[in-house]
Design a protein around this ligand. Structure first.
Ligand code: MN
Length: 227
């Protein structure tokens, strides 16, 4: 292979709770995957096919700090379970989908809601509202070996100690195996892929200085300060 003509971009990685680092290939995000959140965003909560958008791997942010982004005055928190894949493929059957999961993490799908809203109105892509710098705070990955597969459990988000979002993984409209299977019909999934599974109701704005705490019993707490 020829030598790179510029320095190679670094590979983004997520710390693993039991040691080591998980290298990231792609980040998929599921939209409207809790009925109560679909309703609060003005949509029918019936089970429509899932839809996805992507963030960039280097939007992942393990610093515990979220710098308030430019060109917006309405940045929202979305607390989400993230699924990390150790393998992949295409047309993965639902019953084999969990075999590809390496582990789980707590994450935040930070959203420039004003810009996302403008893009929705115009029928344009969402990247400007979703895939910006530092927009995906994420905690350490807990391996399946350590925590098993997560199918239920309360997921909450507090801002400065006040409860803002509360849901349960058993309320996910599309379950983790279904999401993996569905995605694999459209994309070739692979080791290093991360899927953010959608947010429960209660999304809302944050300001500089706010502390966001995402909690799920099996995964502990992800604490992120808006700077
Ligand atoms: Mn989201």
């Amino acid at each position: 292979m020829s030598e790179y003509v510029i320095p190679a971009p670094p590979i983004t990685s997520i710390p693993v709770a039991s040691g080591g680092a998980f290298p990231v290939r792609r980040v998929y995000c599921v939209g409207r995957n809790y009925a109560a959140h679909a309703i609060e965003m003005g949509h029918d909560p019936d089970r429509e096919p899932p839809f996805f958008f992507q963030k960039n791997p280097d939007n992942l942010n393990t610093t515990g700090r979220f710098p308030y982004p430019p060109r917006t005055s309405d940045v929202h928190h979305e607390a989400e379970l993230a699924v990390a894949l150790k393998s992949g493929g295409t047309n993965i059957p639902v019953e084999h989908a969990l075999d590809h999961v390496y582990g789980y993490a707590l994450s935040l799908d930070m959203t420039r809601r004003d810009l996302q809203g403008e893009m929705k109105m115009a029928g344009r892509p969402w990247e400007i509202g979703k895939a910006f710098e530092h927009s995906a705070p994420i905690g350490p990955i807990h391996t399946v070996t350590d925590v098993g597969h997560l199918e239920e459990g309360a997921i909450t988000l507090r801002v400065n100690g006040a409860l803002r979002q509360e849901g349960n993984l058993n309320q996910l409209i599309w379950k983790t195996p279904e999401m993996i299977s569905y995605l694999s019909e459209y994309f070739e999934l692979a080791a290093g892929d991360v899927i953010m599974t959608g947010t429960p109701s209660g999304v809302g704005p944050v300001s500089q200085g706010d502390v966001m705490d995402v909690e799920l019993a099996a995964l502990g707490k992800l604490s992120v300060t808006v700077t």
